[in-house]
Design a protein around this ligand. Structure first.
Ligand code: ADE
Length: 247
């Protein structure tokens, strides 16, 4: 998958893209991530990318000319890519959307700054506006990294252990179950016995039950949208019953 990132702070991406799973996937050619300095697409001597808003008011707006030049070039180079503007006004980025983007041929990520981008860029060149949460970041760079990391995980060959991505989807919409490693007992706290049993079916059932329990306790609103089987509903009933009894 090819991912293009358009930013006025290209060095922001140096370290995150030089580390770990993403870096290794780029080295193997599974991912092709290119960071573009928006200033390289300016035509004026001072390489200006922003200007005052028409109508007055605080802050600056990203000018249309360099963004049009950058996006027209990159759409040609990365055909089929979805052009995404990162902004707090966008559609909320959730795992279901992550999975959908994982099947697309590419992304062009536009990192917004200042008060926003000139509306004509959005109208003419942006396919989708995405927000990573209901808060305001200084710019879209951090959000772009979130998209890169989450979508990259879906691309076959990026994560060394495909079971780990399959597990993300098995537990889709639920919080994760607890994890333990050695020693089996530490400072008087024992690892749940079932995890030492070698009984894979029992372990899977325990993990599912704990995922449901964590979700019910911490994010109950997620249960309404999660894909739950008849077994899950039974487990939830049991958990609710146990909670009512104070277990
Ligand atoms: N830019 C500023 N805030 C943002 C957010 N919450 N998501 C995506 N891009 C942003």
């Amino acid at each position: 998958m090819r991912i293009d990132i358009v930013t006025i702070f290209p060095s922001f991406f140096d370290s995150p893209l030089r580390e770990g799973v993403i870096h290794r996937a780029c080295e193997r050619g599974v991912l092709d991530i290119r960071v573009h300095d928006l200033r390289a697409f300016t035509l004026d001597r001072h390489r200006v990318t922003d200007d005052a808003p028409y109508g007055g008011g605080a802050g600056m707006v990203m000018k249309p000319e360099p963004l049009f030049a950058a996006l027209e070039q990159l759409k040609g180079e990365n055909p089929g890519a979805t052009t995404v503007l990162l902004s707090p006004q966008g559609r909320l980025w959730r795992q279901a959307l992550v999975r959908e983007y994982g099947t697309r041929p590419g992304m062009i990520l536009v990192c917004g700054r200042y008060e926003g981008v000139d509306e004509r860029v959005r109208e003419a060149l942006v396919d989708e506006e995405i927000s990573i949460g209901d808060y305001v970041l200084t710019g879209g760079e951090t959000a772009a990294l979130v998209l890169v990391e989450t979508v990259a995980r879906q691309v076959p060959g990026v994560v060394g252990q495909p079971e780990s991505v399959a597990q993300d989807s098995f537990f889709a919409g639920l919080l994760d179950h607890p994890h333990y490693t050695r020693p089996a007992e530490f400072r008087g706290r024992a690892v749940p016995e079932v995890l030492l049993s070698g009984d894979h079916a029992a372990i899977a059932r325990w993990r599912r039950r704990e995922a449901l329990r964590q979700t019910l306790r911490k994010r109950p609103e997620l249960l309404a949208a999660a894909e739950l089987s008849a077994d899950d509903l039974k487990l939830l009933e049991e958990i609710r019953g146990a909670d009512d009894r104070g277990c």
